[in-house]
Design a protein around this ligand. Structure first.
Ligand code: ADP
Ligand code: 5GP
Length: 214
């Protein structure tokens, strides 16, 4: 698959608690032309989550069936649950004229799979400013049990080990500053030659002046 018809595919990853959900929400609010890719998952919904908006919540049997049907562009097991990006989700967004790109909130395993399959996808990894701050944020999120916090912290380091898979590293120290950095990445990527070459070529095809003094 080649995304270079102007459509932007942006992967956002981070160790749990670094602020990816917060930054993704900000990006979606302020860049309405970008669409959030709603993943499928076998994890159960948290109190504030809505089926179809945050995730498509399915049971394991349904997820395994979707794998068999080849429905996923990528899928992976994360923290004991299955997560996947459906091809249909991307096709729907690409068919929408008002949609200029998609944001994938996925882990490094999914990022690796998409990068192997899709040319021109861009990826950013969000880092916490320190491991102490990461722990503080994980504990501050009331939706997690102590057990889940411990588990997520233990795997965070393993996730950070994969930073080299990503094009950009965004440090989420101050959320407003990190957001501006992310938005700058999106803005610069949209101006890439490959995404605008069609316009340049169409300008060259204009053979004569349209009007003005004769
Ligand atoms: P993730 O999606 O990466 O697991 P969240 O976006 O849920 O992380 O953020 C984890 C917690 O940290 C949340 O309580 C969130 O409000 C808080 N948080 C996010 N970014 C910052 C920041 N820059 N400074 C302080 N707290 C933050
Ligand atoms: P959470 O359960 O906190 O929403 O997400 C846990 C992890 O799963 C996060 O790192 C998130 O990015 C990742 N994730 C969410 N959806 C997908 C997906 O479709 N594919 C993959 N590979 N990871 C996902």
């Amino acid at each position: 698959m080649n995304a270079y018809d102007g459509f932007l595919l942006l992967i956002l990853s981070s160790p749990s608690g670094a602020g990816k959900t917060t930054l993704t929400r900000m990006l979606m609010e302020r860049c309405p032309e970008l669409r959030f890719s709603v993943s499928h998952t076998t994890r159960s919904a948290r109190a504030n989550e809505v089926d179809g908006r945050d995730y498509h919540f399915v049971d394991r049997a349904a997820f395994l069936q979707l794998i068999d049907q080849g429905a996923f562009l990528e899928w992976a097991e994360v923290h004991g649950n299955l997560y996947g990006t459906s091809i249909a989700e991307i096709e729907r967004a690409r068919a929408d004229a008002g949609c200029a790109g998609m944001i994938f909130d996925i882990d490094y395993q999914g990022a690796r799979q998409i990068r192997a399959k899709v040319a021109d996808v861009i990826s950013a990894f969000i880092l916490p400013p320190s491991m102490n701050e990461l722990e503080r944020r994980l504990r501050g999120r009331a939706s997690e049990t102590e057990d889940a916090v411990q588990r997520r912290f233990a795997v965070a380091k393993r996730e950070i080990e994969h930073y080299a898979l990503f094009d950009f590293l965004v440090v989420n120290d101050d959320v407003g500053r990190a957001f501006e950095e992310l938005r700058a990445i999106v803005t610069a990527e949209r101006a890439r030659r490959g995404r605008r070459a069609a316009l340049a070529e169409s300008l060259l095809r204009v053979g004569r002046l349209a009007g003005g003094p004769s």
